[in-house]
Design a protein around this ligand. Structure first.
Ligand code: ZN
Length: 249
């Protein structure tokens, strides 16, 4: 896990933009900044700086271009999330030419910014110590599969567990989301909210928002995030951050 402090002390954003992180570092850093407004902004800033430096020779040759470069830098500093994600995509397209592997015959499509924001970290599941009797067998084995990231098997087991259990509906919804089945995720996360269990409602709103982002329905996603923020619980900060990324600037 990368912290904001490491981002600063290890200069991660600059090295990320420069393509200097090894794949593992890059993945951890991406996982962090997709959910962290502060580090996301830092990446945005580094991209602006990088673009400005690339444009610098033009400026030296042609003073008239200076104004254009400045405008570009100012513009990119306030650019919408969409634009930044497109820039990251652009930067990634350039990687094959620097890496030792042969250049890909077909350039990969630019990543969809909403797809990046729809990325999901599976919420941890702790066996409840004080929540009633021991869980039923299908729920227990479903959650064993879930913990091992076998989401298809988790769905199989959880689908046979008690559908009136908010935990069953919640982890079914999340498992479908992790299998990229946004429609099934929406229906189970809505069912979770309808069951009204105080512990599950807030995360259900958050993951329902992720499912809507996956369906490219930002309006519905923002409604769910607002509902999550209003609960003022564990998901308030990350819900607010995702909301800030989705809100048109
Ligand atoms: Zn951070």
């Amino acid at each position: 896990m990368i912290t904001c402090e490491q981002t600063t002390t290890s200069d991660l954003a600059a090295r990320y933009v420069a393509g200097q992180l090894d794949p593992q570092e890059r993945n951890s850093f991406e996982e962090h900044y997709f959910d962290c407004a502060r580090c996301f902004d830092e990446v945005q800033l580094q991209l602006s700086l990088q673009s400005a430096m690339k444009s610098a020779p033009v400026e030296l040759r042609n003073p008239a271009a200076k104004k254009h470069v400045k405008t570009w830098v100012a513009w990119s500093a306030i650019a919408a999330t969409v634009v930044v994600m497109a820039s990251i995509g652009f930067w990634r397209l350039r990687i094959p030419s620097r890496a030792p592997q042969p250049v890909a015959a077909v350039a990969p499509a630019q990543p969809d910014p909403l797809e990046l924001l729809a990325r999901v970290e599976p919420p941890p599941y702790q066996t409840p110590a004080l929540r009633g009797a021991s869980p039923e067998p299908h729920f227990r084995s479903g959650m064993d599969q879930y913990r091992q990231a076998n989401y298809a098997a988790a769905i199989d087991e959880l689908s046979q567990a008690d559908p009136r259990s908010p935990d069953v509906q919640f982890f079914l919804g999340v498992s479908y989301l992790l299998r990229n089945d946004a429609d099934a995720a929406v229906s189970h996360l809505r069912a979770t909210i309808a069951l009204g269990d105080s512990l599950d409602v807030e995360p259900a709103h958050f993951y329902l928002a992720k499912a809507f982002v996956k369906r490219k329905d930002t309006a519905s996603a923002m409604k769910e995030l607002e509902a999550a923020v209003a609960i003022h619980g564990d998901y308030e900060k990350r819900s607010q951050e995702l909301l800030d990324h989705l809100r048109p600037r």
